[in-house]
Unconditional design. Sequence first.
Length: 622
Amino acid sequence: MSNLYSNADQTPPQSGLLLLQILILALFCLFSVRLWYLQIHRGEEYARKAKENQLRQEHIFSPRGLIRDRNGDLLAVNEPAYALGLVREDCPDIDQTLHQVARWTDLSFEELKETYNKKRRRVKPFEPLILVSDLSFHQLALIDANKLRWPGLEVQVRPRRQYRYGKLMAHVLGYVAEANEREMAKNPELALGDTVGKQGIEFVLEDRMRGVKGLSQFEVDVTGRRLQERILKHPRAGHEVSLSIDLGLQKVAMDWLEEQAGGVVVMDADTGQIWALATSPSYDSNDFSSGLTPEQWAELRDDPLHPMQNRVIQSVYPPGSVFKHVVAGAGLHYDMLDPSETVNCTGQMKLGRRVFRCWKKWGHGKVDLETALVQSCDVYFYRMGKKLTVDRMSEFAQASGFGKLTGIRLPHEKAGVMPTREWKQRRFNESWQGGDNLNMSIGQGYTLVTPLQVARFFAGVINGGKLLKPLLLKDEKTVVQGTIPLDQKQLDLLHDALVETVDSNRGTARRIRTPGVVVGGKTGTTQVVRLTDELKELDDDDIPYRFRDHAWMSAIAEKDGRRFSIAVLVEHGLHGSSGAGPVVKAVIDYLFLDKVRKNPESRKAKARQARELKVPEKKNAN
């Protein structure tokens, strides 16, 4: 039988074999190129990443610098706090882990998920993402006992700021809180979870007090457990700070402001150091360190007394009769005032068809400069204001430090308002009137000052006219920023009037007399609103709180070469002598007699009841 197929018919096509060989060669070249890319071109990078899977680095948080008062008492310290972090690379189920953390911490899953999504963009997968920044000891024990069952969870120990006196020093120290996006963008050294100063000294001296973080390196196994650890860079604590504040004096000032709104500032007249800077009501700085809840923030934000406001430097008030010493100084400076010349005060002065009244209804009779200051005669200063006009009063006041920042190292200081003709035209589109001069001469009208500006001016009256920069740090050198434009004889006239206001039986500040101490003072009462006829008929204690006048007292005190200037402002305190005088007296007793006078509970109760008074209903005309 003949073959059906020949051998020639069984020979494979040469073109197909060539194509197969080309494909095999191409694949071999592709693998070779990829191998070169991974092993040679990117080899060093991938080797580093592989090593990072085994060796990890972590920052060691540095403690902030301690803060002490002038006597060495600790005001701000650091304590250990425990945070719960999540290392995403080691966590097999993010959502399930978040649900478990929610059960441990009583936080909702939604809150934790929101925190996770917000932070994940800024945290690398092998770094801990902080879910809870402050664990209680109960939560810490619970998590520590169970975290091996939940890979990826890691407890971190970091220092937390602790303020030993809470509300007492809040407006001086400020507080720290977690850095926001803007702060981290501004400072590349900051990372998610770092805390920074937000207010007060903590904010102003942030760079000095924050310190430098350290760095540690550790091995981890496949489950993420740490095996060996070593320190690559030790952390460096922030610098310690000593304030000029006297803690004991601060306590006295805050005690006498309790249940009231106001401020107290005590300044060393020769150095500019601030011995007390108290504002009431206050807040607890520790609430911000541990993380303020929305409820706590809403309570602070909506409080009608504004506890976050630093009333010594951020609130501005009409100075009232305290300003009469500035007007008297302007009269002396421009040689438009003869101290011995008398004015007959009949209780009022007419200007056109308007009548400007003195606080003493029947008048003071004949008064010269010293008597007018001692008894706070309004009519005398109405005449001075008419003669000087706003041009001279404003120019002298600005040269004496009003209408300008004092430069104290605290944020958000206000300059106040020292009006001029141009200012009123810009502000109200109105020209300056003759009556504006009279109002300005007694510290009313458009003039607004801070308690710190008042304290600095009266410090200048007793230190030879030097306007000193207010200092909050004990080691800062005295800085003279300007000079009150008066010679020593003219300053002595103002000084003697201050002392006579205390020593005279008719002086308005006689309640602050202190045996063995040279004390001078000036009271002031500033109208908040114009009272209706119905309210004018009420006794002082029956006037609703928000309609009551503000109470001022500025004072000087000298003994054994120590000289201090004191300014006290009590919002709605009615009268300078009774509202602010007791606070000044307590300060002087502490400074010179080493005596701590407590604020009577009856006074606190009276202040508390005042805020609860309701506006009386209008009487029926029928």
